[in-house]
Design a protein around this ligand. Structure first.
Ligand SMILES: C[S@@+](CC[C@H](N)C(=O)[O-])C[C@H]1O[C@@H](n2cnc3c(N)ncnc32)[C@H](O)[C@@H]1O
Length: 205
């Protein structure tokens, strides 16, 4: 269980604990604790000016990144209107409107329209679409920038011999995405077997 003791401000820590608890109770699939700490560490090292997140849900990971890295500007995309509404409200409550911009809509339509250059892209949306999110967002990452993807092992099914029928197409696409990362000429990638599997790719400078 995350305690958020790293948040020094008592009020913000208590708000974060409530947001986390509520998301778990509502079964919103937020970033798991160990993967979150890996991302915290990259933020602390990289000090990114600009972050793009694909898949905001209710804003937990975007708010967490904003608190860990207060000088980063974050664009986050969410296509589910109800979740986008909750994310917007949470961002307001944390007084992070100046730091996080929530874009409501389908990332597959929104990313190609974006013109900013990002230091870090965090992909955490529909797993079967990772290849497409990646192809769009890699163009927006500066040399030396980082792409982090969550759920890369998807409950162990990516490495399992037997995959339930309902997941087969998605796992096939996720496996193809592993190959894309592994063979990409501009990237150096590692996949960590923590939580649901997290990949870290650094774009060569
Ligand atoms: C795993 S949740 C994100 C959790 C969030 N990053 C966190 O840790 O707090 C994935 C979210 O991606 C959204 N999503 C899925 N496909 C999307 C797309 N094509 N464009 C934008 N959002 C998408 C879903 O609606 C869902 O809320």
């Amino acid at each position: 269980m995350e305690d958020f003791l790293w948040i020094k401000n008592d009020e913000k820590r208590s708000m974060m604990q409530s947001l986390y608890k509520q998301a778990k109770e509502d079964r919103v699939p937020i970033l798991l604790d160990e993967a979150a700490k890996v991302i915290d560490s990259w933020l602390l090292l990289l000090k990114p000016d600009r972050i793009l997140e694909v898949g905001a849900a209710v804003g937990y990971s975007a708010i967490r990144m904003a608190l860990v890295s207060p000088n980063s500007k974050i664009d986050t995309i969410e296509k589910d209107p109800e979740r986008a509404r909750e994310a917007r409200s949470n961002i307001q409550q944390f007084e992070l409107v100046g730091q996080i911009v929530l874009h409501e809509g389908d990332a597959l339509e929104l990313i190609p329209e974006m013109t900013e250059e990002y230091d870090l892209v965090f992909i955490d949306a529909a797993k079967g679409q990772y290849g497409r999110f990646f192809e769009d967002s890699i163009k927006r990452i500066r040399p030396g920038g980082v792409v982090i993807c969550d759920n890369m092992l998807f409950h162990g099914f990516v490495e399992a011999e037997e995959v339930p029928k309902r997941y087969r197409t998605m796992i096939k696409k996720l496996k193809a995405f592993h190959e894309t990362l592994r063979n990409h000429p501009d990237l150096e990638t590692r996949i960590l077997s923590i939580d649901d599997g997290i990949s870290i790719s650094v774009k060569r400078g």
